[in-house]
Design a protein around this ligand. Sequence first.
Ligand SMILES: *Cc1c(COP(=O)(O)O)cnc(C)c1O
Length: 458
Amino acid sequence: MELPFAESFKIKMVAPIKKSTREQRKQWLKKANYNLFNLKSDEVFIDLLTDSGTGAMSEQQWAALMLGDESYAGASSYYNLKNAIKNILGFEYFLPTHQGRAAENVLFSVLVEQGDIVPGNSHFDTTKGHIEFRKAKAIDCTIDEAFITDKEYPFKGNVDLKKLEKVFAENDSEKIKFIIVTVTNNTSGGQPVSMQNLREVSEFAKKKGVMLILDSARFAENAYFIKMREKTYENKSIKEIVAEMYSYADAMTMSSKKDAIVNMGGFIAMRSKDLFDKASVFNIMFEGYLTYGGMSGRDMNALAQGLDEGTEFETLETRIKQVEYLGNQLIEWGIPIQRPVGGHAVFIDADKILSNIPKEEFRAQTLAIELYLEAGIRGVEIGAILADRDPITRENRFNGLEFVRLAIPRRTYTNNHMNVVAVAIKNVFDRKHEITRGVEIIKEAPIMRHFTVELKKL
Ligand SMILES: *Cc1c(COP(=O)(O)O)cnc(C)c1O
């Protein structure tokens, strides 16, 4: 018999989690204004809100933490991180930042001005936020396949070069300074971008004289999918694939809380000394001095180690197989999800499940609420609330996908937890006809409203 798959780690430290009753959850939800971000973590049994900063560090990372050098300038931890970035990603220059959105803020302080256009593949919410905050415009050039959730396609994160060409044809070229490609494409369902697509976008960018920047939170998962799905890469190591991916980029932004498996941190890295010098000004003002930029020495040490083990095949295989395990169970039960299953999360298609309630009543948020009520599982809405209002017309953007995202933290839960999650979703799915009304917004922030929005159940 073929041996079944098992995780490439054993557990050394555990944290207790608690179950609750449906009645308790009902009260807590009401108190939270039906926004799952407002729940206390104690009120959650299995927390799939995000895989950001919620992973379990390895013993080597904890050991590296103890060796952190907290010198203000020139700490050895800074040089450890600098070497890891140079060796794994190939960039000469880098600036640490406190997390990924700070990396965007620092880089965009140099590269984005009012009226600019930033084409890319389904810009992540904070990326779009930082672009729109500077009164510039993000234009989505993701391939159409990404929006047909039940269509199997290996690289749904890809950029459509025709759409890209159109953006350049229709806009003043002075207004476009770079193309940003997110690997993996989080918003479209943790879907990868192929090496071929990266190569083509890079050639296109060179031809147009603009930079190619990779938004890199899940770059290692992207490399895993290239290895598994793209011909000619099956025998290459993850580190070789990563090196090639970045050979096409001029710069990167990174949220280290994802594939680098630390709880906090980020950076930008680039080839150009000029870009580094310009970005340094903002970094020093808002993040910290050049050799720590918002991070403790110990955190930079753990991050350097995390970049190394996060780009090992076994780490990625263990992680992505767990996400697949949950996804495949749902597929087997006929529950509509984005296919194929993404790298870091399962994306449930709420439009298909709650089609009997109006879009204007936020189907994905409604489904996320029901799942929490069912079993204390916290997912997150990736739908119209997150899509926010159009910056000019201030209309809600109801034209996108309506997902409940179940993000799986790295090395944190077992497959028994995944079994509970699957059954809870099935139970909600089976009683979908009883769910006839959604929610209404009663209070919202002018930008990135999903974090703090207050809702009323209809
Ligand atoms: C998480 C993430 C960010 C923002 O990073 P934070 O560390 O949360 O600030 C940016 N881009 C992508 C693709 C991400 O997944």
